[in-house]
Design a binder for this molecule. Structure first.
Ligand SMILES: [Zn+2]
Length: 194
């Protein structure tokens, strides 16, 4: 039994709601990006399943608190239902999520560093990623989805979890072709761990 499978059995069931925070460091034009705590360690946006908190904005705000980022304004950018898979056992209604995406405005100073400790649950680290590096990581997901990159190459140096790439593209942080986005969405539906 793989490490990923063991982890999956220990997780609660999917509640079909995900919050994602685009936390913009305006001085440096970077966003906060987390690395998932699993054997591959894909990039994701801070946030996660709503679970017991129930309110998407609460999850986004709590995420900022974990990261010690003061929130000036939290604005809902989009809310859409997609049939992407996740690592949890499916709850009622099969797979899929309503994605709640927030833009977080902060008044952090130009030299702000994210804390080494106090990580968001399910992640091992979070740091500020430049626009160029966000694009490169999203392109790596596209290359996996279109077969340019083999799975072992991806696992050695992963990009974004496919489910997040569409959100990044929709909100101006990644630029990919329609064909690449369609291939990534298919991969998000199938699930990388399937
Ligand atoms: Zn889920």
């Amino acid at each position: 039994m793989s490490a990923r499978r063991v982890k999956r059995l220990a997780e609660p069931r999917c509640d079909h709601h995900m919050a994602a925070a685009i936390i913009h460091h305006q001085h440096q034009d970077r966003i906060a990006v987390s690395r998932r705590d699993d054997p591959v360690g894909e990039y994701i946006l801070p946030g996660g399943h709503l679970d017991t908190s129930g309110v998407p904005k609460t999850v986004a705000m709590l995420t900022c608190r974990h990261l010690d980022v003061p929130v000036k304004k939290a604005e809902l950018l989009s809310s859409e239902v997609r049939d992407d898979a996740c690592s949890r056992p499916p709850g009622v209604g099969g797979t899929g999520h309503r994605w709640w995406v927030f833009a977080i405005e902060t008044d952090i100073n130009p030299w702000h560093r994210l804390p080494d400790a106090g990580h968001i649950p399910g992640t091992i680290a979070t740091w500020w990623l430049s626009r160029i590096d966000v694009q490169a990581a999203a392109q790596r997901s596209a290359d996996l989805a279109t077969g340019v990159l083999a799975l072992d190459e991806w696992e050695a140096r992963p990009g974004f979890d496919p489910a997040y790439v569409r959100l990044l593209a929709a909100h101006g942080w990644a630029s990919l072709t329609g064909g690449e986005l369609e291939a990534i969405e298919q991969l998000a539906r199938a699930g990388l761990s399937a």
